[in-house]
Design a protein around this ligand. Structure first.
Ligand code: GLU
Length: 314
């Protein structure tokens, strides 16, 4: 099945930034947040923040507060309530029930290691870490044996070779297949792809702008939207920020959070100008506000290549 994603949006524009509150936001996260804010602000739309704190082991409220403060320091304030995924499990369970009624859910007892060992060389354009389908058709005897061993199942989506075309505003036309993505982990925590689809629809999000590491997961999300009868937002996947060694920026690379930078005398307004400069919107030493950057902002003019941070800025 090949389904084309419609990008015509009628009505209010609403974007969102959806960090996981597992640590301080770094320059890469902040640049993506700024872009999502600029995209909807330039169109007179709203910008919301959603805390993707499904994993209570790694998420913490002090990170949430710190992240919101960092966004506010750049002038990015949410226009709606900050929603926490940890408080919405019943919505995700309801979506799983809907999928179950369609015969689209099965139990998976695989460990990560078993999946790694069974996975073949990259197949076609399936997303990274695509599940090879080991538990799709388990016999009752095998299932009972696994339960007797004390294994607890995750739940996966039963896919059927669906493919989707995404007309991405930044990455361009992207076509990709889907795999049997996890819906609920074996510790009963709902999975990211399910929760993000349920929440983007529940919050009437029309524009999703995020890092391009999630582009290959977008067909999975489109399939879930299709099966759950939910509208598809317009997608924009932006290049990540890279460290001087060419890898994706991370905290280990040096002064990458607002607190690190403040300790070196680089204030939040200076960081904003630096981010704006990386997007070709202002000079790196400009005195600008986020609102000024939004004036005349054009997503089409955003660089299509990653921003490589120079070593002297870290
Ligand atoms: N929570 C995800 C992250 O922090 C982003 C999810 C999304 O934007 O769809 O990488």
């Amino acid at each position: 099945m090949l389904v084309r994603v419609r990008t015509g949006i009628l009505g209010a524009v609403r974007g969102r930034f959806a960090p996981s509150p597992t640590g301080a936001l770094h320059l890469g996260n902040l640049r993506t947040a700024l872009l999502s804010w600029l995209q909807v602000r330039a169109e007179g739309g709203e910008w919301w923040v959603r805390m993707e704190d499904l994993d209570r082991v790694t998420a913490a409220e002090h990170h949430e507060r710190d992240q919101l403060a960092a966004l506010a320091a750049l002038g990015l304030r949410p226009d709606g309530p900050v929603v926490r995924q940890s408080e919405r499990f019943e919505r995700y369970e309801a979506a799983i029930s809907t999928l179950r009624e369609q015969g689209r859910v099965y139990e998976c007892f695989c460990t990560r290691r078993e999946i790694r060992e069974a996975a073949q060389a990259p197949h076609g354009d399936l997303p990274d870490g695509a599940y090879p389908g080991i538990c799709r058709d388990l016999s009752t005897a095998r299932r009972t044996a696994l339960l007797d061993e004390g294994r607890r199942p995750a739940l996966r989506l039963r896919t059927d070779g669906e493919r989707f075309v995404i007309d991405d505003l930044v990455a361009g036309r992207f076509e990709g297949g889907v795999d049997d993505v996890v819906l609920r982990r074996n510790d009963r925590v709902p999975a990211y792809n399910l929760a993000v689809v349920v929440d983007d629809a529940a919050q009437a999000i029309t524009h999703v702008l995020r890092g391009d590491d999630l582009l290959s997961s977008t067909p999975r999300q489109r399939l879930l939207q299709h099966l759950l009868g939910l509208p598809a937002p317009v997608y924009a996947h932006v290049p990540l920020v890279l460290a001087p060694d060419g890898t994706r920026l991370a905290k280990r690379h040096g002064a990458v959070t607002l607190a690190d930078l403040a300790a070196r005398g680089v204030t939040a307004p200076m960081v904003l100008a630096r981010l704006g400069a990386s997007l070709g919107l202002c000079a790196p030493d400009a005195h600008v506000t986020a609102d000024e950057l939004a004036d005349g902002f054009d997503l089409d003019a955003v660089p299509r290549t990653p921003w490589s941070l120079p070593a002297e800025q870290l």
